[in-house]
Ligand binder design. Structure first.
Ligand SMILES: CC1=C(/C=C/C(C)=C/C=C/C(C)=C/C=O)C(C)(C)CCC1
Ligand SMILES: [Fe+2]
Length: 366
């Protein structure tokens, strides 16, 4: 019996406390098990680390733009069940769903147009909100994996953003500038003589991540230190476009998927029973149509685009357009989750739609 299966006793109704005392107060023996949310978190943790390790060793075998495009496509489905998020948290029914989908599509279209109309300002704003989204996704995932809210969230968020967005650009500006020029449709250049400033900024960035790593290790947050260490290796050793593709497709979106599986009340029983494959299949079914629609849009761009430059710029504008409502949805779900867990005592885990939201258990071994 797996640890997750052994945990079934505790999560079956979602109404037992962490002590194993059901609501009617009869003590039952509780084996030392991991909470059911550990299953997707553990799998996502191992998968994303393995992907980064493989990229660090072997990414030079594949052209960076291929890895970037593959990662961007692989990451598409992670936002494909966003339209279900309000239902998970509010129990909203069909007419609301229509409204949610319409607002989502309108926001995506408006963001796409903003990206096309004011590319420089839009890219700057987009990078800022992306940094926030990546950081909150990562710290939220770390909490899920640990089974509790980890301390040092702000510091770890800064370390994460420096590792995944700042260091790749500062260490390899020549790898990013050509694509950035295409995206903003302007001759973006580093100001003459700015080489030293960029080098100094890169050293500062490395010092920041070293500080975060040292703090994580000294506070016993080993898993978070391993993650940050791997992302720094990715930033230092891999072409920045390939690094972003790997991060987006195999790290951010996979970890987001783990949180999504736990959030979906329909998966509570499956995960408690250790049936990760079945929960993934449910996700695949829900994500299929929106992912297909996005892929068709991308396909139409490939056909309509005038060469790879036109395609790259359209594709990133489309990605940015789809991303804005995704960022809003995820931020809203984060607030609901935070409110749900702060309303809960140690004895009584959050219950939403009759299902326990997140179990707080012993820290898992990864
Ligand atoms: C602008 C730009 C880039 C950044 C893209 C970003 C930051 C995408 C963020 C996506 C998000 C936040 C998705 C949601 O989950 C690249 C590809 C590095 C290449 C150069 C141009
Ligand atoms: Fe995301």
């Amino acid at each position: 019996m797996t640890a997750a299966r052994a945990g079934r006793v505790r999560v079956a109704s979602g109404r037992e406390g962490l002590t194993g005392l059901p609501d009617h107060g009869v003590a039952v023996p509780v084996p030392p098990v991991l909470p059911s949310c550990s299953l997707p978190a553990g799998a996502a943790s191992s998968f994303s680390r393995a992907a980064v390790a493989v990229a660090v060793v072997g990414s030079w075998l594949v052209p960076p733009w291929v890895v970037l495009i593959a990662g961007l496509v692989a990451g598409l489905p992670h936002g494909a069940v966003d339209h279900l998020v309000p239902r998970w948290w509010l129990g909203a029914r069909a007419p609301w769903m229509l409204l949610v989908v319409s607002v989502y599509a309108a926001t995506a279209a408006a963001s796409y147009l903003a990206f096309r109309t004011w590319p420089v300002a839009a890219v700057a704003l987009f990078l800022a909100v992306s940094a926030w989204h990546f950081a909150s996704g990562e710290t939220g995932f770390a909490d899920l994996r640990a089974g509790r809210a980890l301390a040092g969230r702000r510091l770890r968020a800064v370390g994460h953003v420096v590792a995944v967005l700042a260091l790749p650009v500062l260490l390899h500006p020549d790898g990013v500038l050509p694509l950035l020029r295409v995206v903003v449709d302007a001759p973006v250049e580093l100001p003459p003589g700015s080489g030293t400033a960029v080098a100094v900024a890169a050293v500062v960035g490395l010092l920041v991540v070293a500080g975060v790593l040292a703090t994580d290790l000294s506070r016993g947050r080993r898993a978070e230190a391993v993650d940050l260490g791997l992302l720094v290796l990715l930033a230092v050793l891999v072409h920045p476009l390939a690094a972003f593709g790997v991060y987006f497709g195999a790290w951010h979106s996979v970890r987001h998927l783990a949180r999504t599986l736990v959030d979906d009340p329909g998966n509570a029983r499956l995960l408690a029973d250790g049936r990760l494959g079945a929960a993934l299949r449910r996700f695949a079914v829900s994500a299929a149509l929106p992912t297909l629609a996005s892929l068709l849009l991308v396909g139409a761009l490939v056909v309509a685009a005038d060469g790879w430059r036109g395609f790259a710029s359209e594709y990133l504008a489309l990605l940015a357009g789809l991303t804005v409502p995704h960022l809003v949805t995820v931020a809203w779900a984060d607030r609901r989750r935070a409110a749900a867990s702060s309303a809960v005592t140690v004895q009584q885990p959050p219950v939403r739609a009759g299902v326990r939201v997140a179990a707080r258990g012993p820290r898992p071994p990864w």
